[in-house]
Design a protein. Structure first.
Lengths: 270, 256
């Protein structure tokens, strides 16, 4: 495989989540993280999953990633059943999860080294291409601890993009960053999504972030974890997190979120 | 610069005080040799080869025993950390046995192996093995589980995960464990050499014991000094470079 084919845009994947149920047993009882959840995600769609903590949105992401198995139901990636992790679906975690024993380049190379069909020189070129894409070409040999939080997440993004997956699964990747860094990354992720044509599933508890990034926003309600509402965001890109039009969407989503959190509150009171 | 100067001044003062007390005539040279006596012995024993041979014999035993301890200790520590059954059995055994001062293995080694090299080796391996198991085990268990999840999504599994993720992630602990293992091996070998008299090799510990029997205090102190120097050199040459590397890569503290 040449470098060109290694970094050529690969067709994004269609994801079908079909009646997925997952519950956890803790010492305080059983929590139904996902209750018969079905979603269809189109090729190249940017789908955001929002909801309060404990609503199962991260669990769903882990199941799609193949890191977790559902109690019942199944996940199909391009029509094929997901049975474990795969290079077509890469994950970005809230904690950067970079390996401190490797430098920046080494981290991006980690997944590439496991990808057949490339020699090491080509792998290095591919890694450099993605580090350039996230604006870190000057930091190839930096140690991870020397980077800021935002830079670490950029490396994690490059690492996830490098094996050229068809789906990117992002689990609250910007939650631990400061507002200014986050805003920059909103711009970057939209730019990269358009340039690299990926299906993205993005988990967040930040409603405005979801409205800014998603083509579609799914609102989850907790215990049992279900899809409570669905919103189409039709604003043109690239979107600005501070725009008035965006505020319109986020207000609508927040209102729906408050609707069921209040209702739950009264249920508890009764 | 100032720091090394203060070290030099301190040790010079120590030596001068020692020389002064030794020369005051209050103590017999059999009890307290002067630093010059000790140096003289070192010079003599270096020239006639006694020290070289003894050091060589000791280092050979040490490296063999220490090497065996690492060879078995690291893999065992890795598996005790990853499998609960081994954690509850072998891990517990290691935790208990490593509290045993290594000199306590000497009587057993003598009865089992007699006055042989095998007895010597046994004591050193027992001194090293358990602490290496514990340190490796602790290192693996301290690893954030997110590393494993991230590695799995990138297609790492089985042996690849062990070699490329679990092992490097626990390396700082591992080197700490290797360092501790080294110290334990060194101590247990000296205990073994002092208590096990054998004819197949005359090590530093035996030289020390021999010095006591001959009432040659200059020899006793000289050998002690050499044991200290070897320990220091090992720390500086074997472990410090690793530790410096980790501090740089991981960004963990320590001002050196």
């Amino acid at each position: 495989m040449s470098i060109e084919t290694a970094i050529t845009n690969i067709a994004p994947e269609r994801i079908e989540i079909d009646g997925v149920t997952k519950s956890f047993t803790t010492n305080r009882g059983t929590i139904v993280a996902l209750d018969n959840v079905s979603v269809k995600v189109a090729e190249g769609e940017f789908l955001c999953l929002v909801g309060p903590s404990g609503c199962g949105k991260s669990t769903l992401l882990n199941i799609i990633a193949g890191l977790d198995t559902p109690d019942s139901g199944r996940v199909l990636a391009n029509g094929e059943s997901v049975t474990g992790p795969g290079r077509d679906r890469m994950v970005m975690f809230q904690e950067h999860a970079l390996f401190p024993w490797l430098d920046v380049l080494g981290n991006v190379m980690f997944g590439l080294r496991l990808k057949p069909g490339l020699n090491n020189k080509e792998r290095k070129e591919v890694a450099k291409y993605y580090l350039d894409l996230v604006g870190l070409s000057k930091f190839l040999h930096a140690n991870i601890h020397e980077l800021s939080g935002g830079m670490k997440q950029r490396v994690a993004l490059a690492r996830a993009l490098a094996p050229n997956p068809r789906v990117l699964l992002m689990d609250e990747p910007f939650a631990a960053l400061d507002a200014l860094t986050r805003e920059q990354l909103y711009g970057d992720i939209q730019r990269i999504w358009e340039a690299r044509r990926k299906t993205i599933l993005f988990v967040t508890h930040n409603v405005r972030e979801a409205a800014c990034l998603g083509d579609r926003v799914l609102l989850f309600s907790p215990n049992p974890g279900r899809i409570h509402a669905e919103f189409q965001v039709t604003l043109p890109r690239a979107r600005d997190i501070n725009s008035v039009e965006l505020a319109h969407y986020s207000t609508e989503i927040t209102a729906a979120l408050k609707g069921f959190t209040n209702k739950q509150g009264t249920e508890v009171a009764e | 610069m100032i720091r090394s100067l203060s070290s030099i001044v301190f040790f010079l003062a120590l030596l001068l005080t020692w020389e002064f007390v030794a020369r005051s005539g209050h103590y017999s040279t059999v009890i307290l040799p002067s630093p010059l006596n000790v140096l003289e012995y070192i010079w003599q024993a270096t020239c006639d080869g006694t020290l070289w041979v003894a050091t060589l014999v000791t280092m050979k035993r040490l490296l063999l025993g220490y090497g065996l301890g690492l060879l078995f200790g690291i893999p065992l520590g890795l598996v005790t950390a990853r499998f609960r059954l081994l954690q509850d059995t072998l891990g517990l055994l290691a935790l208990g046995v490593q509290t045993l001062p290594s000199v306590c293995w000497v009587p057993l080694a003598l009865l089992w192996f007699g006055q042989t090299e095998a007895a010597m080796l046994f004591v050193v391996v027992m001194g090293t093995l358990w602490s290496v198991i514990i340190a490796t085990n602790d290192g693996v268990r301290a690893m954030p589980p997110i590393y494993l999840r991230a590695a799995r999504t990138m297609g790492s599994k089985g042996l690849h995960t062990w070699v490329k993720v679990i092992l490097p992630a626990s390396l700082p602990y591992l080197v700490g464990g290797m360092k501790q293992g080294w110290a334990f091996a060194w101590r247990s070998l000296m205990a073994a050499e002092i208590f096990v008299t054998i004819l197949t090799g005359f090590g530093l510990g035996q030289l020390l014991q021999y010095g006591r029997e001959l009432l040659a205090m200059d020899q006793v102190v000289a050998v002690m000094a050499i044991i200290v120097v070897i320990g220091l050199l090992a720390d500086r040459l074997l472990f410090s470079p690793w530790e410096r590397f980790f501090h740089k890569r991981w960004g963990t503290g320590s001002v050196k």
